[in-house]
Design a protein around this ligand. Structure first.
Ligand code: BTN
Length: 269
């Protein structure tokens, strides 16, 4: 049984101001999103983090399930952003995860093909395969954000070849890095990175420029599907809110919001 990653992260020293003010560890939950929502509704302070060793009903974007076996990282952060900063949480998490994984794997910049990249909107890729996913959920009352939940799942030590539904699409940190990756270290770096980006966001500095630079999708030919529609096109750019601008094969430029769209990359599958 792997050790408690929260205790390990704290032992290494967690230097944050907001995120991680309270850290809760569960051996098993249905989903850290649900547990974090319960905590948020009960008044949990901003920055509370729910971490679980396993999830019995881990979920991804667009109603998909998330493979949640022991030895990996599953966490949800409770935030209380403004209506203006809410749209940037997903980009912010993408940047924080990419940075943390780059640091924790110890991959050198010269190992360019192995550096973390993002597939729009926020699949984190290593060597072209998905290594982490981000899910943002929020509760609003009119114009007021009651809370937002940033859920992050990272495959640290998952033998993806043994999980049929993701075998060809996903990877794990240990499959890519030359030395075993410490998930405590990955968690610690992630929380610290989220914290500093979140504080900057509150001061009006969005992570969009760095996020855009990490996007592997731009310039590629992609297929997108939403509801019952499918179309092909060139991923041309992202706008100031992170929406994808797709030049369809018929020449029309369409703007796609992350919430509704599944994107298949012709090169990555
Ligand atoms: C995606 O890529 O579709 C997003 C995956 C998000 C998975 C994480 S694991 C921790 C948190 N709890 C969940 O049930 N989902 C998120």
């Amino acid at each position: 049984m792997p050790g408690n990653p929260v205790a390990g992260a704290l032992r290494g020293g967690l230097y944050t101001r907001v995120i991680g003010r309270r850290l809760l560890f569960f051996q098993e939950v249905a989903s850290t999103m649900d547990e974090a929502a319960r905590q948020a509704q009960a008044g949990a302070q901003e920055g509370t983090v729910v971490v679980a060793e396993t999830q019995t009903a881990g979920r991804g974007r667009l109603g998909r399930s998330w493979v949640s076996r022991p030895g990996n990282l599953y966490l949800t952060i409770v935030l209380r952003p403004t209506l203006q900063t809410l749209p940037f949480l997903s980009c912010l998490a993408g940047v924080a995860v990419a940075r943390a994984l780059g640091q924790a794997t110890g991959l050198r910049p010269s190992e360019e093909g192995l550096q973390p990249r993002l597939r729009w909107p926020n699949d984190v890729l290593l060597g072209g395969k998905k290594v982490a996913g981000i899910l943002v959920e929020s509760a609003l009352e009119g114009d007021v954000v009651r809370y937002a939940l940033v859920g992050i799942g990272i495959n640290v030590d998952l033998d993806t070849s043994k999980v049929q539904e993701i075998a060809n699409l996903a990877t794990s940190l240990n499959a890519v890095a030359s030395n075993p990756v410490s998930r405590e270290e990955a968690l610690r770096r992630l929380l610290q990175g989220m914290d500093s980006l979140y504080l900057q966001l509150a001061q009006g500095k969005t992570p969009l420029v760095e996020w855009k630079g990490l996007l592997d999708t731009l310039g590629r030919r992609v297929r997108v599907s939403w509801q019952d529609q499918v179309c092909w096109g060139q991923a041309e750019d992202v706008d100031e809110l992170g929406n994808l601008q797709l030049r369809r094969d018929d020449g029309q430029l369409v703007t796609l919001a992350a919430g509704d769209v599944t994107l298949y990359d012709a090169a990555l599958g």
